[in-house]
Structures are given as structure tokens and as C-alpha cells.
Design a protein around this ligand. Sequence first.
Ligand SMILES: NC(=O)c1ccc[n+]([C@@H]2O[C@H](COP(=O)([O-])OP(=O)(O)OC[C@H]3O[C@@H](n4cnc5c(N)ncnc54)[C@H](O)[C@@H]3O)[C@@H](O)[C@H]2O)c1
Length: 366
Amino acid sequence: MKNTYRAAIVGLGRMGHLFEEDPLMRKPCSHAGAYSYLKDKINIVAACDIRKDRLDKFREKWQVKNLYLDYNEMLEKEKIDILSICTHAQQHKEITIKASKSGVKAIFCEKPISTSINDAEEMIKVCNKNNTLLVINHTRRFDNVWRKSKEVIDSGVIGNIKVINSYSTAGLLNGGIHLFDLLRFYNNDIETVFAKLKKDKSTDASGTGLLKFKNGAHAFVDIDYRDYVLFQINIVGSKGLLKCGGMIRGDKTFELFTSKPSTTQIGLLELQKENFQEVKGEMPLVNAINEIIISIETGKSIISAGEDGLKALEICMAFHESDRTGKEIKLPLDIKNNTVIPRETSFTKDGKFPPTYEKNNILPGF
Ligand SMILES: NC(=O)c1ccc[n+]([C@@H]2O[C@H](COP(=O)([O-])OP(=O)(O)OC[C@H]3O[C@@H](n4cnc5c(N)ncnc54)[C@H](O)[C@@H]3O)[C@@H](O)[C@H]2O)c1
């Protein structure tokens, strides 16, 4: 069947489509790029941005005619099956609720889910009530390389997870939330958070924390503004070590070490490097859209649902709460109405963009 599904996008910036202009990124790497790649089963019928220049650029690139400056008008006039929300988090709640009430089948919303726990809960409640599939783009859950690392953990080859050391660049709601989500993806729910924020002029604080999982494992997390991108998770198990790192979109910086009889001292086991086979497959956004379609058609649960977005956001909020009180915070959080604002500038501390990005008018970040 051709073009069965009708997609629309709100927010025509980097995730909406501009990332496609970065010559270095593996494609497709934006919502529009992924829909277009899957054009046999899905069609972009409409798009919206509050900036007219963004609409003009989108029309030129994707030949979409139905473009809107107001998403309310788009929801009224268009019949949409899957709506991508690629605006900043401050708008996610309102757009999600209105889209769900308008009858879209699925909402594919960028991370972070929202800027408060109350808002995230409301989004989930409304979507459940209207039978709308709510999907949060914690991209690595849809990435074959990161999925492979989870398979390795689940296979038991590194034994039980004892401790995780992890690092991300930029603030809690930017790189940090990807890290929090992966910690849950690898090792289920987090019970407590003890953290200190690093305060600077960014609206989205960074911080260092110690997290305890329900199964007794611990994770050290360091999120900071740096002049370079660091995204690294080292998982120490009872039988081995798995190092997972790099950005999404095809990085192969994964290393597996398992314990073998020592070659230097009798009677000891030591870690030796194994081959971590290259992982092939579609790009994460393509996997995501294919899996959204499967969920719509079969009711199968999605790997990155609204609840996952909420739980990752809750860890960000717990960082703030722990810093405020000086205490270890137990999850789920009681305080749900605190609001955090994601940063809208570069991942570097001074907020400036590398010159190559300025030239291409695409801003780096997560
Ligand atoms: N999953 C990932 O790896 C990843 C990577 C980058 C960004 N993101 C997330 O994607 C979201 C968007 O980030 P970005 O970097 O693409 O931002 P961006 O600033 O490049 O684009 C956002 C666009 O939304 C538009 N917009 C704002 N309010 C609007 C409204 N009410 N209606 C319609 N359009 C509106 C803006 O004009 C802008 O064009 C953020 O939540 C961000 O955290 C995710």
C-alpha cells in the first residue's frame, strides 16, 4: 500500500529538518528526513513553524504545500496520523494535548517530554484518554548500536551490573536526559538521587550525582558544559566491563571486556577485550517511525513511551531538588510542579557556536 500514513511536523528547526544540511551527519537525521526516507508508507502532508522563513525553506526542500504559522489551524484543517513535535520543551505540553484531542493517532515528541512533572503527567493522561500513542524521542533507544549494547548486558556476559560511570555534555535537560534515559534502559528504575548542580549562566543547569538503582547498583553521573561533546557510559559488571560512548548516528565506540584467566599472574582473572561486532541497520529515526506504525497497527507497546520521558525528566528534577535540600531524594518525586527551562544555545559554556556551524546555519547540540 502506498502512502498509507499522513505525517505532519511542528517546529522546522534542526530536529524538524535542518540537521539534514549538516554534511557530516549520517542521514536521515531529522523527522522530515526520516518520513521522506519512508515515503512508501508515509507522506508529509503538512508542517508548521512560527517563522515564515522556516516555512519557506521547508517548502523548497520537501515540496510540502500545506504550511502553517499556527499549529491550531493545522490541526483543524489537516487529517494527521502521526504528528512530530520538534519545538523546544516549553511548547510540548500544549501542542501534545491539542493534537491528542484533535484525533491524531500518534505523537512523536522530541525530548525532553516537558518542563515539569505535572505537565508530563497531564500529557500522558490526555493521550491515554484519547487513545493517542505518545512517543518520546530518546533517540538512543531506537539506535541499533545502543540497542546492541543493551543486548550484551541482558545476555549476562558482563554479569550483574555493579556500578556505572557516566558523562554527558551540556545541561541536565539536553545531553543529561539522554544519559538518564539510558541508565533506566540498561538497568531499570532509579530509587534515589544525590546531586550537586554546577551553576553558571545557562538556563539548563549541569551537575554531578550519585544514583542508586532499585536492584542495588549505583551510577555516578557527571553532566557538564564542555568545549567538546562527551557522551560515555562505562558499566562495571560482576564478570566484565562494557564501555559505550560517542554520539548517536552510527558511532562504533563500544568496547566489551570479559574476565579471563590472567596471563601475568597465576590464579587471577583479568579483563580482556572482546570483539564488539559492527552493528548495521536503519537510522534511529527510521526505526522509530517504523515502530510507531507497528504500534498503531498492532497495539504493541513502544520502546520509548511517554512514561519513559516522564521518568527521565524526574531524574533531572531530582538533581535540582537534591541540590536545593542537600539531601538524597527518593523517587518518585512528591514535588511535581517545579519547572525547568532547557537551554536554547550551544553546548559550549559561553553559548557560542563553532564557526563551521554558523556558516551552515545549523546549531550543534543534542
Ligand atoms: N533527540 C535528539 O537527539 C535531539 C537533538 C537535538 C534537539 N532535540 C530536541 O528537539 C527539540 C527542538 O530542538 P531543535 O534543536 O530542533 O530546535 P530549533 O530551535 O532548531 O527548532 C525549533 C523550531 O520550533 C519553532 N517553534 C517554536 N515555537 C513554535 C510553535 N509554537 N509552533 C511552531 N513552531 C514553533 C522555532 O521557530 C524553530 O524553528 C528540543 O526539544 C530539543 O531538546 C533532540
